[in-house]
Design a protein around this ligand. Structure first.
Ligand code: SAM
Length: 216
């Protein structure tokens, strides 16, 4: 999925992945990670997810990264975040307000090594085709501190029945990407209750899988 695919998706309003409420699996599993005040959480490919607000309300230092600047602007406007500060760094334009920073630019250019305590990945890895996932996982790996944890939410289904994104990610794929650097724990595997309308057209074989990865 090149950048243009996502720019078109936002421009044409094809944003069925966006959730009006906080993600239920974030609410269920993130508290188990026992984050402490001011720890840093990275939200890759964040769109305009409200989950950034929930993470901020846990008193975490929240950093989202999103390609499409309009999505970033929409996030701050729609949530009435005040006094948004905008600054340019080498690869990104950073929008900051009320404990949330969202950088607009290409996630693959992120170069914060051993910096974050947590990663929250919902609809991010699954947004990428096979050819881009290894590099994506490398960025996640180098960005997290040792002992840092990633809450990863993916979908598994018969890829022949639906064209991604979101792509189907099975257990082998999660292990292929992360096994070298993470302890991988599958927390649950169930049909999601509510998801974007494209996914919900799939039969019972659709599973939403939640993993906790801990960096070795
Ligand atoms: C399926 S959406 C998920 C958004 C968000 N995680 C959520 O739960 O609503 C994937 C997002 O990734 C963004 N994206 C795709 N490639 C990117 C890249 N290389 N760098 C930063 N963002 C990217 C897209 O613009 C899109 O908003």
């Amino acid at each position: 999925m090149d950048s243009q695919f996502w720019i078109n998706a936002w421009n044409e309003g094809r944003t069925g992945f966006h959730q009006a409420d906080f993600n239920d699996k974030l609410l269920q599993y993130f508290p188990q990670l026992q984050a402490k005040e001011k720890q840093k959480v990275l939200v890759p490919l964040c769109g305009k997810t409200k989950d950034l607000l929930w993470l901020r309300d846990q008193k975490l230092d929240v950093h989202g990264i999103e390609l499409h600047e309009d999505a970033v602007k929409a996030f701050f406007n729609e949530n009435q975040l005040a006094n948004v500060k905008i600054e340019n760094t080498h690869h990104f334009t950073n929008y900051t307000s009320e404990g949330i920073r969202v950088s607009t630019g290409d996630f693959f250019k992120l170069d914060h090594e051993n910096y974050y305590d947590f990663v929250y990945d919902r609809a991010s890895l699954v947004a990428l085709p096979f050819s881009m996932r290894k590099e994506y996982a490398e960025v996640i790996k180098r960005s997290l501190k040792k002992g840092g944890k990633c809450l990863l939410i993916v979908y598994e289904y018969d890829q022949a029945k639906l064209e991604g994104p979101p792509f189907s990610i099975n257990d082998d794929e999660v292990h292929r990407l992360y096994n070298d650097a993470f302890i991988i724990e599958l927390m649950e595997s169930q049909r999601p209750l509510k998801e974007g309308s494209r996914l919900m057209t799939l039969d019972e074989s659709l599973k939403q899988k939640v993993y906790v990865l801990e960096k070795k």
